[in-house]
Design a protein around this ligand. Structure first.
Ligand SMILES: [Zn+2]
Length: 447
């Protein structure tokens, strides 16, 4: 059963495991089942063993197969779809044995569509030019529904060899396809890209609509045009109107809205210390003008969410994890509504630039706003502030501590007793003195 094959047959570039097995069988002039028998060490291979090949194998099965076909285990792993786990596919939470052709197979169907949009297991698509010299060759990436065009030969992948040959693919479609293929290595950024792309391609990827590869065979040009547009939209970070989020539910749009600029953190500082409301000195210069339609507090929350998004290029919903749970939906709605307006007015780019520079400044100042939030309503904190500025109106000091110093939402027992605008005036009068005293106080507490 475990007899090795005499030759080492070189895998072709990007080759898929099932195609490799077929080529090995052809080379030795045996039925593919005879190869499966040896490679998987099983008695009675069936059609489904072949059909389930090329998804994922256990390490033990890989080691066994590698010995039989004289390849290194990594060469075998490189031919499996599991290699795309963390970019175009997501095997998280799947029982990998479910896909392992060498394991005893359950009679149930493969639940492959749960890992990502794949071409139906029984269907093959090819680039006529790629298979010219070796008709059994199939690339692993051809299994992906979002691989529609061979960028090398500028031909659509097709179920029928003749059908594709006379279709000309334009530069933009090729570039879009190349963008997708360039992002197949598993990284957080690439996973996010595919998540956004699949959201843009939604109508094609949802059943009972024909899948993307089926749509391509029916109407090639419109399908390729939709694909190109989806790739462009998925990459238009920070422009929700262009990305088509206007009509999406807020929560769904929030999980796809990303900033166009990334602020990279070089040390152990983190957005976890960021304020819920942007501090006035970072809000006042540009964002207050830009967000003039909103009240000051909601506008500061929009700025704070925008700044948090820029750090590490997080989606809006990721950055809202920083906010109190009760505020997340409201803030998502605020950000989305106002950003859509700004984009229609041509000001989205300016918004993101201001958010990115606010984020840089917050990281530089390195104030722990979570710590301030915890102590802002303590009597001791209040005493330090009022001793520093005895002439400040005491009730306003309580509001100031929450709103201007800790930059968070007023709790139920501290209500803003002043209209928007007055607290900022109050801050100009007494803020500097109280800040200095409170900073000294926090340093003493920490020591
Ligand atoms: Zn080709």
């Amino acid at each position: 059963m475990t007899t090795r094959f005499p030759l080492r047959i070189e895998p072709l570039p990007g080759e898929w495991w099932r195609s490799y097995l077929q080529r090995v069988a052809a080379r030795y002039r045996v039925h593919p089942f005879a190869v499966l028998e040896r490679v998987y060490g099983i008695d009675r291979p069936e059609r489904r063993h072949l059909r389930w090949s090329g998804i994922v194998m256990s390490d033990a099965a890989v080691a066994h197969s590698a010995r039989v076909v004289n390849l290194a285990p990594d060469e075998i792993r490189a031919m499996h779809l599991k290699l795309l786990d963390g970019s175009a596919l997501d095997f998280t939470g799947r029982d990998l044995d479910e896909f392992n052709p060498a394991a005893s197979l359950s009679a149930t169907r493969l639940h492959l569509r749960h890992v990502g949009p794949l071409v139906h297991a029984a269907t093959d698509r090819v680039c006529p030019s790629c298979v010219e010299g070796s008709p059994l060759y199939r690339a692993t990436s051809w299994r992906l529904q979002v691989h529609l065009v061979c960028t090398r030969h500028r031909l659509p992948l097709s179920h029928h060899l003749e059908a594709a040959a006379d279709t000309e693919i334009d530069d933009e479609v090729c570039a879009a396809q190349q963008t997708v293929l360039d992002r197949l290595s598993p990284t957080a950024e690439n996973a996010a890209f595919f998540k956004d792309l699949y959201a843009q391609l939604g109508p094609y990827l949802k059943r009972p609509a024909p899948s993307l590869d089926q749509a391509l065979t029916v109407s090639t040009e419109p399908t390729l045009e939709s694909f190109r547009e989806a790739v462009h939209r998925a990459l238009a970070y920070g422009y929700p109107h262009y990305q088509g989020f206007d009509g999406w539910p807020f929560a769904r749009a929030a999980s796809h809205l990303r900033p166009p600029h990334e602020v990279v953190i070089h040390d152990n500082r983190s957005v976890r210390c960021f304020p819920h409301l942007l501090p006035m000195h970072l809000f006042a210069p540009g964002l207050s003008d830009l967000l003039h339609r909103a009240q000051i507090r909601p506008a500061r929350a929009i700025g704070a969410a925008g700044a948090a998004m820029c750090v590490g290029a997080r989606s809006l919903s990721q950055s809202l994890e920083l906010f109190p749970p009760g505020r997340r939906n409201t803030t998502a709605r605020l950000v989305m509504t106002h950003l859509l307006n700004l984009e229609r007015e041509g000001c989205a780019e300016q918004f993101w630039q201001l958010c990115a520079s606010a984020a840089l400044q917050l990281l530089k100042e390195n104030v722990d706003y979570r710590q301030r939030e915890q102590v802002c309503d303590r009597d001791q904190t209040y005493d330090v502030a009022t001793s520093a500025e005895p002439s400040a109106y005491p009730r306003t000091v309580r509001t100031w501590l929450v709103d201007q110093w800790a930059c968070t939402y007023t709790s139920s027992n501290v209500r803003p007793s002043v209209r928007d605008g007055s607290i900022e005036h109050f801050d100009r009068l007494y803020g500097p003195g109280m800040r200095a005293a409170l900073n000294a106080h926090l340093r003493e507490c920490a020591a």
